[in-house]
Design a protein around this ligand. Structure first.
Ligand code: ADP
Ligand code: MG
Length: 703
């Protein structure tokens, strides 16, 4: 057996937890930190100095040599610039490490090379990082040694958010404030804060490093741009929850250890549907920390894979024809006196506060379905949403049998007098216990499903930050709460007004509820009839964030200014265009330098064979037919390659970012598909020893 491993001991080892602060800080400073964490405000400079000193001492004791303000620019990943604790030595040459309160609280990285969507010209390079006291500092162990990471927000010189954390924090405050108004209506005077909790289930693929390095597409685009299907895919349904292979298991073990040390509650691991696809789910936590932790999970997944001679693919669609990867974003809202506002209890029909919250959420999701869809879009996710894989790009809400029945009663009569029970599940075996069934089955095809005491937003892409989906969710629900509270606080008879409001919201927004098969064609038609938006791509969704409706929503709660939204829309087009450009260039490279030369070699071998066979006086029809097929596909590849090069050059010349993004989507992508088709056909007929790149079978099964 391997060495004894104590989860309790290592958990949070690399985190400057509240516990460590309590131990290391003077009582008054500790209290000030807790107060600012809970209620906001600023830490005094004296307190910041004391915290910085304690943090540095702890970090240095644990081997840290550097610190960094760790932030989340609009690249979707994280950024860090390391500074060592080294200070000026005294005249005797002795150096004492240094880290001040000021360095803890504020940083000033050059912002000019991060996406800003025209928010500032490159000569206005100043950007600031500000310590987010609500997310704990931690130590990152990597090739650089140990680095103290301080989670920070990132803003421009003029105060615009240049990151994903700032709007998220703003949305959490808005949600808290408005949700408090709702619980007050029901007599909850104790709660002082309402928090969004998030548990993101992360899917990923693993691939052998040696094979990965032979694939230009995987290295540069994170997904395969060529590749014929393997003889076996996921059709046997034998991978999902299957026995975890030794090599993958060893990887998961190290990954868990690293995450636990970072205070990430890695909880569930299993094989996913596609071969070489897996999932990791943590236990849910405060949205802000969940977002930070999800970034750490993605980083650790990639880093640990390399130590095991593998690569981790977070792309939403690394392989055509098998399942892609997503990230189920489980979301709920809880008061600081322990009430989950999404918990229906045993009798949801009598739980008026729950029904009001539910009605508000349905209204929010229906009103802003476009924004929610947008929040889950990234370039890779275009291969899933509304494409050949679900969930569809149409937002709808699954409530399940029990709640749907309650909602129906409320709409019909204004009151729900009965509730469907789950009943007993009889196993029919004497030695097995019978068990209580849930009142509601699951629905895997719904993009926004109620799952007991939370909503599961299933559209989010595997490579994407979960900041935007949660910012949007918090914002739209805050708005619905706000509008409800505005009316109810004024009502003479609150009970009556609540009932009326629930009935009204449910009636008006019932079109968003859908319990059927979200993958079916009937649903597409039905959704269209209901007038639900079906936005097919990331760039078509981009403009939803700058509509009057969106600007009003986000400005009202101080989450985004119009300028920030416009800049973000521009970044979406830029990101899209750049990504497809890289993919197109990778295809041109592979087709021109690897695939076509290999096929030429193979056709020469075939032609030589035809001649030899002919010279021997034997029948050459088989060889000739094969040669003809190869030549035809080769010619198709040549033509498609020339066309792709041409449209690629055309695309680069377009100046308007939006027009450019659409050209990439409509024209360049089509040309990419045209190049792929004959190449994949050739892969099925060309001699395996000559084919220049690893096949799908090797990539997915040799692990
Ligand atoms: P399910 O089986 O419905 O997918 P799990 O218990 O497996 O639910 O949880 C999936 C994810 O949802 C986990 O990350 C879990 O921590 C998270 N989760 C559970 N309860 C909540 C909640 N109340 N709010 C947010 N996330 C939650
Ligand atoms: Mg789940």
């Amino acid at each position: 057996m391997s060495e004894v491993f104590n989860v309790e001991e290592i958990f949070g080892q690399n985190v400057f937890t509240l516990g460590k602060m309590k131990e290391r800080l003077p009582k008054n400073v500790y209290k000030e930190v807790v107060r600012v964490m809970d209620q906001g405000g600023e830490l005094s400079m004296e307190a910041a100095n004391v915290v910085a000193m304690a943090m540095k001492e702890w970090a240095v004791e644990n081997g840290a040599t550097h610190y960094t303000h760790w932030f989340q620019p609009l690249t979707g990943i994280t950024a860090e610039k390391h500074d060592s604790f080294v200070a000026h030595p005294d005249e005797m040459g002795k150096m004492l490490t240094e880290f001040s309160g000021k360095e803890l609280i504020k940083g000033e990285p050059d912002a000019s090379s991060f996406p800003s969507g025209g928010l500032r010209a490159t000569f206005e390079a100043r950007g600031y990082t500000a310590w987010d006291i609500t997310s704990p500092a931690f130590l990152k162990e990597s090739g650089c040694g140990v680095t103290l990471c301080i989670p920070t927000a990132f803003c421009s010189y003029t105060g615009e958010a240049l990151d994903k954390k700032t709007p998220l924090l703003r949305s959490m405050e808005a949600l808290s404030e408005q949700a408090l108004r709702i619980v007050r209506l029901f007599g909850n005077t104790e709660a002082t804060k309402v928090t969004a909790s998030v548990g993101p289930e992360q899917e990923y693929f693993l691939v052998d490093e040696k094979l990965y390095r032979q694939r230009t597409d995987l290295m540069f685009a994170g997904r395969t741009l060529f590749g014929a299907p393997a003889p076996k895919g996921q059709e046997m349904e034998d991978h999902y929850f299957g026995v975890i292979r030794e090599r993958v298991g060893a990887y998961m073990k190290d990954l868990n250890e690293e995450l636990w040390k970072l205070g990430v509650t890695a909880k569930t691991q299993h094989n996913e549907v596609a071969p070489a696809q897996h999932e990791l789910a943590p236990i849910y936590e405060t949205a802000n920390i969940a977002v930070d932790h999800n970034q750490l999970v993605m980083e650790a997944m990639k880093r640990v894979a390399v130590h095991h001679g593998m690569r981790c693919l977070l792309h939403e669609k690394p392989y055509a024809g098998v399942n892609g990867s997503g990230k189920h974003n489980n979301w709920s809202i809880t008061t600081d006196n322990g009430v989950n506002l999404l918990d229906p209890g045993d009798t949801p029909n009598e739980n008026i506060q729950f029904l009001l919250v539910l009605a508000c959420i349905l209204k929010a999701v229906d009103t802003h379905a476009d924004l929610l869809r947008q929040s889950a879009s990234d370039v890779g996710n275009d291969h899933r949403l509304g494409a050949n894989e679900a969930p569809p790009a149409i937002i709808s809400v699954f409530l399940g049998e029990q709640l749907e029945d309650v909602v129906r009663q409320l709409i019909e009569t204004g009151a729900a007098t009965s509730v469907k029970e789950g009943g007993k599940l009889l196993t029919g075996v004497k030695t097995l216990p019978d068990f209580q069934k849930d009142a509601t089955d699951r629905n895997r095809t719904s993009p926004f499903a109620f799952t007991g005491n939370k909503f599961e937003f299933r559209m989010v892409g595997s490579a994407d930050s979960i900041a935007s989906p949660n910012t949007t969710l918090n914002a739209i629900v805050a708005e619905a709460f706000c509008e409800a509270a505005d009316r109810l606080e004024k009502a003479e008879d609150v009970d009556l007004a609540v009932h009326d409001l629930i009935k009204e919201y449910l009636t008006e927004h019932q079109r968003i509820i859908f319990n059927g098969d979200g993958y079916s064609d009937e649903w597409l038609a039905e959704a269209e009839k209901r007038g639900l938006p079906n936005i097919k791509s990331m760039i078509e969704a981009a403009s939803t964030i700058t509509t009057d409706k969106a600007v009003k929503l986000f400005e009202r709660f101080g989450i985004f200014t119009k300028v920030e939204l416009e800049s973000r829309e521009e970044i979406i087009y830029e990101t899209y265009a750049k990504t497809i450009n890289i993919e197109a260039l990778a295809m041109i490279d592979m087709a021109g330098k690897q695939i076509i030369p290999a096929v030429v070699k193979y056709s020469k071998a075939l032609a030589d064979t035809v001649n030899t066979v002919k010279a021997a006086g034997a029948d050459t029809s088989v060889q000739t037919a094969l040669l003809k097929e190869v030549s035809e596909n080769l010619a198709a590849m040549q033509t498609a390659l020339a066309k792709l090069k041409k449209v690629e050059a055309d695309a680069s010349a377009i100046e308007d970012v939006k027009a450019q993004a659409f050209f990439y989507k409509d024209t360049v992508k089509a040309a990419m598909d045209e190049l792929r088709t004959p190449a994949d056909r050739l892969e099925m007929i060309v001699d395996k020893d000559i084919w220049p790149i690893p096949t799908y079978g090797e990539l997915m099964f040799e692990i």
